[in-house]
Design a binder for this molecule. Structure first.
Ligand SMILES: [Zn+2]
Ligand SMILES: [Zn+2]
Length: 229
């Protein structure tokens, strides 16, 4: 199964221990995040499973420039012609393909181990030009409206995205929902990351998707408030 529907119009794609999300709208398809390297075939299969063709993918929005979110971006853009979006603070990482900024592991043993296993700042991705930078407060006129929230801490150029028609928040790596809802594997700045977590917990939405781990399909606001209390 290439993808799974979460709510009407949104599908999650497993991109190798990282999630990509495909939004279906009358103006075409939008992909949020491009997974680890080598995942372009998975994305193309998910598009095909919806009865669409590669050129129906109009937009690829990167939540932040870590190898597990931008790894297949160049290949996906090449195959589909999608327009590529990222925050200005992470643009150069997308366009050079690394090396990446170092992170400190988040508190706790599990995250210390995962950070060492899953994040390698020396990793390299295929460079790809960003077509458009996105910034806090902007509502992208895509798929009926996608609001941008700049949420640094885990990564300086990280954004969360709120798909307004479906009230679904894409929280990137502000949180992680693997073995419980909590911190991501690491932070560039723990204090800034905590502030970003509080900010997202104050938003209004029904469903939430994360870069890693299970989606919460309903009552997501209450669950996120509980996790950040
Ligand atoms: Zn990350
Ligand atoms: Zn990640």
């Amino acid at each position: 199964m290439a993808s799974r529907q979460i709510i009407s119009g949104v599908h999650v794609i497993a991109m190798g221990n990282a999630n990509g999300f495909l939004i279906e709208a009358p103006d075409g398809l939008t992909l949020i995040d491009a997974g680890f390297p080598g995942k372009e075939a998975t994305v193309l299969a998910a598009i095909q499973a919806l009865g669409r063709s590669p050129e129906d993918l109009r937009h690829l929005i990167l939540t932040h420039a870590h190898p597990d979110h931008i790894g297949s971006a160049a290949a996906i853009v090449r195959a589909t012609g999608a327009r590529l979006y990222a925050h200005a603070l992470d643009q150069s990482l997308v366009e050079t393909g690394g090396p990446f900024r170092p992170m400190q592991a988040a508190p706790g043993t599990l995250r210390r181990v995962l950070c060492r296993v899953l994040f390698d700042p020396a990793a390299r991705t295929v460079p790809i030009k960003v077509d458009q930078t996105i910034s806090d407060g902007e509502i992208l006129p895509i798929a009926g409206g996608i609001e941008v929230f700049h949420v640094p801490g885990h990564c300086a150029g990280q954004v969360a995205l709120l798909w307004l028609p479906g009230r679904m928040l894409f929280a990137a790596d502000v949180f992680m929902n693997m073995m419980g809802l909590g911190d991501p594997i690491g932070f560039e700045s723990l204090e800034t990351g905590r502030a970003s977590q509080k900010r997202l917990a104050g938003l209004h939405f029904d469903a939430i998707g994360f870069g890693h781990g299970a989606v919460i399909q309903r009552d997501a606001m209450a669950k996120l408030k509980e996790a950040t209390a």
